[in-house]
Design a protein around this ligand. Structure first.
Ligand code: NAP
Ligand code: G4F
Length: 370
């Protein structure tokens, strides 16, 4: 909340200091999302000046950044936020001109697969054409004589869709949702700008990665939020869709390191980032319930509204290229991930119960939407 109240352009107008001239600058689209927040922390710790593009919203959308945000009036503030949107090229160009970044991480997206079946045009506009707008802006930025920018494109294992596992950089794409089709388009725009204009553009093809900051309508977080609330008597039922889908789930904190490593390479390339291990939604449910000593069978039901018109049944990544070339490997195991998310959400549920006991009203927003 605090972050937005302080949002202004002062960060761009600060006088240059010798340290600032050598400080590397990163521009992150989608900075308010799960990955944007972890990446910001990672880059700030590496000494970067971090700029992020945020959307104007009628409600606060900077909650994930609250811990790292400093008032831009404060001396040495290194995180700066700018209003913008991937659906508008003009603002992207202005921000690029003002920030003059060394690295761009394009993380912004309508990233919910189920929602993309309802809002397919919008998803295409943000995910595919939004990436094109940004690439065009970067291309012109370079042509105007500015320093070269390294560009990271947030690709997704959803692009593999129905392709047989294990999926690697050489596996042909078979997208199964408007979201996945748009990500495939963005992927190929990125490849084309690399080949046509010699730009440093790298595609990260990341398999599912989760954390306590995961959006609450993605299945892992939906499960950990609901089961922890159920265990404290705050909720009775959890409604889910397909429990048989298999995903290669890693920890978001590990995956942002891979993004950064990709932009430190001598040349641009494409990399799959994955754990190499898959679990079903049912297994995630069982593991989370076991953490809580809960029998989930009585409190979980299926609701057809959470099924997808076309499902991705089985994702398991082969990240041997990233491991060999980037020296990357995941640090957090599946069990540790589940445990971390359950512990976080149990604490949230405890706080909610305390507030309720003290007479506060509390509501869980839109939990049944996706
Ligand atoms: P997320 O939590 O849903 O965050 C998405 C971000 O994009 C948010 O900051 C959101 O802003 C922003 N955004 C949405 N529409 C926008 C628009 N029109 N203009 C500007 N910004 C917009 O997603 P995530 O999990 O951090 O994922 C980051 C990226 O990696 C996404 O591109 C996603 O598709 C991709 N990806 C994710 C995974 C995964 O498992 N997490 C795997 C592969 C690829 P608001 O906060 O205002 O909504
Ligand atoms: O958690 P999900 O919504 O993630 P999904 O569809 O795999 O997409 C996520 O990972 C992609 C990388 O592969 C990203 F590109 C994308 O942006 C996003 O971050 O669903 C996972 C699985 C699906 O098979 C879904 O059908 O869980 C199944 N599921 C079952 N019940 C559910 C539910 N998914 C949701 N969201 N809600 C349910 O109630």
């Amino acid at each position: 909340m605090y972050a937005v109240l302080c949002l202004n352009w002062i960060g761009l107008c600060e006088l240059a200091s010798p340290e600032k001239e050598f400080m590397r600058k990163a521009l992150i689209t989608g900075i308010t999302g799960q990955d944007g927040s972890y990446l910001s922390e990672f880059l700030l710790a590496k000494g970067y000046e971090v700029h992020g593009i945020i959307r104007r919203a009628s409600t606060f959308n900077t909650g994930r950044l609250d811990d790292i945000y400093a008032d831009p009036h404060e001396l040495g503030a290194r995180l700066h936020l700018h209003y913008g949107d991937l659906t508008e090229g003009t603002c992207l160009r202005r921000i690029l001109e003002a920030v003059q970044p060394d690295e761009i991480y394009n993380l912004a997206a309508q990233s919910h697969v189920r929602v993309s079946f309802e809002q397919s045009e919008y998803t295409g506009d943000v995910v595919a054409t939004g990436t094109l707008r940004l690439l065009e802006a970067v291309r012109d930025h370079g042509r105007a004589g500015h320093k070269d920018v390294r560009f990271y494109q947030a690709g997704s294992s959803e692009m593999f869709g129905a392709a047989k596992p294990p999926q690697s950089e050489t596996t042909p794409f078979y997208p199964r949702s408007p979201y996945a089709v748009a990500k495939v388009a963005a992927h190929w725009y990125a490849v084309n700008y690399r080949e046509a204009w010699g730009m440093f553009v790298t595609n990260g093809i990341l398999f599912n990665h989760e954390s306590p900051r995961r959006g609450e309508t993605f299945v892992t977080r939906k499960i950990t939020r609901a089961l922890t609330r159920i265990s404290l008597g705050l909720q009775k039922k959890l409604y889910l869709g397909n429990l048989d889908a298999l995903r290669d789930w890693g920890y978001a904190g590990d995956y942002v390191e891979a993004m950064w490593l990709m932009l430190q390479q001598p040349s641009p390339d494409d990399f799959v980032v994955a754990t190499g291990e898959s679990h079903s939604v049912r297994e995630f449910l069982e593991a989370a319930a076991a953490e809580l000593g809960l029998d989930w069978t009585g409190c979980v039901d299926t609701d057809p509204r959470y099924f997808r018109p076309t499902e991705v049944d089985y994702l398991r990544g082969d990240s041997s290229k990233a491991r060999a070339k980037l020296g990357w490997r995941p640090a957090v195991s599946f069990r540790e991930l589940v445990s971390m998310m359950v512990a976080h959400d149990l604490e949230m549920a405890r706080q909610e119960r305390t507030l309720l006991a003290a007479g506060h009203r509390h509501s869980v927003h839109g939990a049944s939407m996706t």
